[in-house]
Every structure is written in C-alpha cells, then in structure tokens.
Design a binder for this molecule. Structure first.
Ligand SMILES: [Zn+2]
Length: 499
C-alpha cells in the first residue's frame, strides 16, 4: 500500500487533486480537484444520491445554503460547543490538537469528548517532539466566521456551516409537508462544510473545507421495527464493540442477524443503516475486509446519543473514521423547537397524539474521505505491466472509454467512433505514442475499456483489469459498451476473443 504522501503525489501528477492555489504555495487544509478528480468526485456523489434518495421511496433530498441564520448554530449547540482542544509544549512550544495527540500516544479514540475527559488523558502524555511537559489545554472554536452585509458588527456575524445536518432540521416541517413524508423517513443532503481545524493532516483525510453526504433518518418512537431488515440480515461485517475495545480485543467478523441477537446493535434500524452504508462501498468495488464498524466508547459518545458507530477504513496509518452513524434521539428537533418556538412535531395516527420523531440513524459520510478510500481500493502498482492500474469500479471511473486510432491513417474512422461514443459516455481520444503507452496511460487514469481502431472492419476492445481483448463490429460497439459498463455483459462473451 502506498503511503499518504505517495498517494498525494500520484493524485497531483494524474490530475485528480492539487493543493489549492499552488502557485501561491497552497493553503493548508484546502484542495482543488483536477480534470479526473472532478469526474470521480461527481460519480461518487451521484451514486450516493441515486441509492440513498432517488431509488428510495422513504427519502427526500434538500440542498441547503452554506451560510444560514446563525440562530441555527446556537440551537444546535455548535456556537457553544464546537471546539477543539489545543495544547502546547512548555519547552519547544509545538502546538498539538489534544485529541490527536492522545490518540497517537495512548491509542485511544477521544475525538469530540468533553474537555475534562481530554484533560484527564492529557495528564498521561508528554510532548512527542522533545518529551517536554505540556501546558494548559485550551479550547478553540472551529467554526469559520463571516459577516453578512456591508457593515461588520456583532449583528452581522454568521458562520460557514460546520455540517450539513442542521439544514435538514431547520427545514424539517417544510420538507415533510412538501414531500408528504410519513414515518419512518429520511431527509438527505450533500454539500460543502467547513471546520477551522488546528492541524489538517493526511491529505484529503482532514481538510478545512470538505464535502458531506448526510441523512437524518426519522422514526416514530412508538414503532421501532425496521421493515427493510431482511435485505441485510445475512450480511457479515467486521465489528468492534465498546466492550471489545475495553478488553483490547481486535475486530471480528459477525453476521448481522447474530449481532442483533447478541444485542451488539441496540436497534434494528441502526443495524440496518450500518449494513446499508457498508454495502454501498462494497457495491462500488470495495473489499469489506478493509472496513470495520466500531462502536463509540462511553467517553466519546454525546450525552443525548443512545448509540453511535463509526464506519472505519484501514488506511496506511491505521483504521480511521470515514462515516459516523449516530442515533441522535430527539435532541436536534427538541433544540430547534425550543429556540425557534415553532411546532416541529408530527401527529401519530395510532397513538392519537403529537410526537417528536427520533433520529434513529444519522449516516454522515465525507465525500473527500470516500474519494481517498476509493483511490486506495483501486490503486494497484502492477509490476508486471510496469505501471499503476487504477481498478476503479466502472460506475466511478472518471473516463469510461478510451478511443485510440492504431495509426494516424485511420484517424477519420476513429474520430467517428469517438464522436458517437462521447454522446453517451465520458470518453478520451488518445493518438499520442505507441498503443502500449496509451494503454498504460489509460490504466493509470482507471479507464475500464479502451477501443482501438485499425484498418480492418470492426474494432478491438481491451479490458483494463484482465488486459484481454475482444473484437466487435462497429455497429454493435455502443450496445456492447453499455452492457459492459453496466455490468450486465461478461467481457469474454461480448465479442470474439483476440488470441
Ligand atoms: Zn516539546
């Protein structure tokens, strides 16, 4: 596995991701996506939206603004509590984010824990640079501030949203009415969020500007049955419970139905969403063995949360969170009811009374972190071929089809093939260098299929992963590529295998 620096170099070289504003030296914690990166990122997002919103009857979407009424962030608790704890060394003055330092030295996860808990753990830690004593821990507010309007006053103060979730809560009633949602249902959103991190690190993993794909899934507190459980019951996942962490045990494979029986998961709904989120990665070509579901320990968990799990990926620097899936109870709606004085309750037809719906699961996934996961899952330094092959799932691949004229003289025929295909797929036309060089270039960009045009009738399609080639007629090409990219057609059966 390449380390994160090597991955960053590869992403820049191939046009996936650049440091933001590099001609001025970049800006720590900000990145720009290049020509291939923007396509991959779009594909990740559109696949998430399709499976989480468009293909479901129980989920509606919104797209909230980045700057909203700041009272939202008072109600949500962000104005008061959205802090990181900073600590510096009394000897060498190096500054650390306290939870990251604790994690590094003591190997316990403490992100988001209360200040007292962090202080307690910090007492056991010395400076990692010089072994000096650490000073007082201090809280630091991590919301980005801005001003609305021409005059900068206390009243014009607003924030760049630190998460997308709250826009779902403050639009709750409108969405429920407009989409005629009946419990259980979800409201989803994706978009940018901002956190003024003390020390952004690990490339796309911890940025100051990032994108989220989030959903709040609401249920009736009097009816906790999940009607979709059968879809995921027999699936198995690597699981690490809070108790196992206390006993210093490693994660182990568990079947979902067994885990539910043993009360590893507190609710059917929570288990369902954990499985569904994990399966989303698997459906896009990821190996489930590189992921685990880790339960929050009592120290990490928010006071109002019944249960919280993270979906973690095995990065070169260890298992790290890519998605939090919390049971948030009625905390957020209660807060907005209290602060806005608006009625955000729903009427329970069975119990004949008003209820505040429970957020049984809040799957909250980082787009940029997912991007990194898909890059790691796809990255394959193929020594035999002598180049990197990005085995990206065809649904995610930035470029679906490469079109190569074998020699310049067949340029017209190749151009016609290219012009037809690009109406339907993102295609790249490449006539530079030997065909071998062009295949290598396409492999590194993760192009699943390359079409070579020569003097004979028909064309050759080459499969990125196996390097096998088939011959098909020009008139069938579009249909064959459709089938291959959708996964409904087997490569060897799609044409005449070239020996
Ligand atoms: Zn020091």
């Amino acid at each position: 596995m390449v380390n994160i620096e090597e991955m960053a170099v590869f992403c820049k070289k191939k046009g996936f991701v650049y440091p933001s504003g590099e001609i001025y030296g970049g800006l720590n914690g900000f990145f720009d996506y290049g020509p291939l990166g923007v396509e991959l990122k779009k594909n990740i997002k559109s696949n998430w939206w399709k499976s989480h919103v468009q293909q479901r009857d129980d989920v509606a979407g919104i797209d909230g603004s980045i700057v909203t009424n700041p009272k939202t962030w008072v109600a949500s608790g962000h104005v008061e509590n959205f802090i990181d704890v900073m600590v510096s060394c009394t000897k060498c003055n190096v500054r650390f984010r306290a939870d990251q330092l604790i994690e590094e030295v003591l190997d316990i996860s403490i992100e988001g824990a209360p200040l007292e808990e962090i202080q307690k753990q910090l007492a056991k830690v010395k400076c990692t640079k010089c072994k000096g004593d650490l000073g007082e821990a201090a809280a630091f507010h991590t919301m980005f501030e801005t001003n609305v309007g021409p005059v900068k006053t206390k009243k014009s103060l607003a924030y760049l949203r630190p998460e997308t979730a709250q826009l779902i809560f403050n639009n709750f009633k409108l969405v429920v009415d407009n989409a005629r949602l009946k419990l259980p249902f979800g409201i989803a959103q994706m978009g940018k969020a901002f956190r003024n991190e003390i020390s952004p690190r690990n490339f796309l993993f911890r940025c100051r500007e990032f994108e989220q794909m989030e959903m709040e899934y609401f249920i009736n507190p009097n009816d906790k049955k999940c009607p979709y459980l059968a879809e995921v019951k027999t699936d198995s996942f690597q699981v690490l419970t809070a108790t196992m962490q206390k006993k210093k045990q490693k994660e182990k494979m568990m079947k979902l139905s067994d885990a539910l029986k043993k009360k590893v998961f507190k609710s059917e709904w929570h288990a369902y969403w954990l499985a569904t989120e994990m399966n989303w990665f698997v459906s896009l070509g990821c190996n489930s063995k590189n992921f685990r579901l880790r339960q929050h320990t009592p120290d990490e968990k928010a006071h109002y949360s019944e249960d919280c799990w993270d979906l973690e990926y095995k990065f070169p620097w260890g298992y790290k969170e890519i998605q939090g899936i919390a049971d948030r109870g009625t905390f957020d709606l209660d807060q907005h009811i209290k602060h806005s004085k608006k009625n955000l309750t729903l009427f329970d037809e069975v119990a004949k009374k008003k209820i505040v719906p429970v957020v049984i699961a809040e799957p909250s996934l980082g787009v940029d972190r997912s991007f990194l996961v898909f890059m790691y899952e796809a990255y394959n330094d193929d020594k035999k071929r002598g180049n990197v092959v990005l085995n990206l799932h065809p649904k995610l691949a930035p470029v679906k089809v490469g079109v190569f004229p074998l020699v310049n003289k067949v340029g017209d025929k190749a151009m016609k093939v290219y012009a037809d295909l690009k109406k339907e797929f993102v295609c790249a036309y490449d006539k530079g260098g030997s065909v071998g060089r062009r295949y290598a270039r396409a492999d590194e960009q993760g192009v699943p299929y390359c079409v070579t045009v020569d003097f004979d009738s028909g064309v050759t399609i080459r499969d990125r992963d196996s390097t096998k080639q088939i011959r098909v007629g020009e008139s069938e090409l579009l249909e064959v590529l459709r089938g291959l990219l959708a996964g409904s057609l087997k490569f060897e059966k799609a044409g005449k295998l070239v020996k």
